[in-house]
Design a protein around this ligand. Structure first.
Ligand SMILES: C[S@@+](CC[C@H](N)C(=O)[O-])C[C@H]1O[C@@H](n2cnc3c(N)ncnc32)[C@H](O)[C@@H]1O
Length: 181
């Protein structure tokens, strides 16, 4: 199972990323706008497999897409608290630079080095009573389904505060795993 990105991944955006970024760009702003306007403390956002944040070509990765949304919404008086998690050292260093650039302009954001599983409970804890948007975009398999459903159970099952999960589900990884079984 692949868990990291290969050498050329961050040189420029490949087609699958065009699709998922387009989804994120269309999905996150209305969610954060509509739910954030009803909760003074704002919205919590987690990008659990954030990567480098920006391609070497200068195009925004998922992290910078969310940071731009957060900056835009902040200008409208809507708060977003963003968490970005990345496991790989080199990718994390680049991610941190991108996040820092937005933090200095007042965006509430932090980059964490490690596995998403280690940060998930803390982020969900910070989002008690607040809308929560989870973006999970692994290279291979995502967190186990019972782990995810555990997070989305209980208070997060209620109508308010809302929880959204946008997840990249790799059929290729599932087939590969099925093949091994
Ligand atoms: C598909 S890439 C992310 C692309 C990014 N979401 C984007 O669209 O710009 C997946 C990233 O997750 C990282 N990763 C792999 N396993 C992880 C884990 N358990 N926790 C956090 N990050 C992980 C990899 O190093 C890689 O950078």
């Amino acid at each position: 199972m692949s868990t990291g990105t290969s050498g050329s991944y961050w040189q420029g955006k490949a087609l699958p990323s065009v699709f998922k970024h387009e989804l994120l760009k269309r999905y996150l702003p209305p969610f954060a706008g509509m739910t954030g306007s009803q909760e003074k403390r704002g919205v919590v956002y987690l990008d659990g497999y954030a990567g480098e944040g920006r391609y070497e070509s200068g195009e925004p990765g998922s992290a910078e897409i969310a940071l731009r949304v957060a900056r835009h919404h902040q200008g409208l008086g809507l708060q977003m608290s963003c968490f970005f998690v990345e496991q790989q050292e080199k990718s994390f260093a680049r991610l941190q630079e991108v996040v820092e650039g937005y933090r200095t302009s007042g965006v509430r954001a932090s980059a964490r080095r490690g596995g998403v599983d280690d940060v998930l409970d803390e982020v969900v804890g910070q989002a008690v009573g607040m809308p929560l948007f989870l973006f999970l975009d692994p290279c291979g398999l995502c967190l186990p389904m019972d782990r995810l459903s555990g997070v989305l159970a209980g208070k997060r099952q209620q109508k308010w505060p809302p929880t959204e999960l946008l997840m990249n589900f790799s059929m290729m990884a599932v087939r590969r795993l099925g093949g091994h079984v």
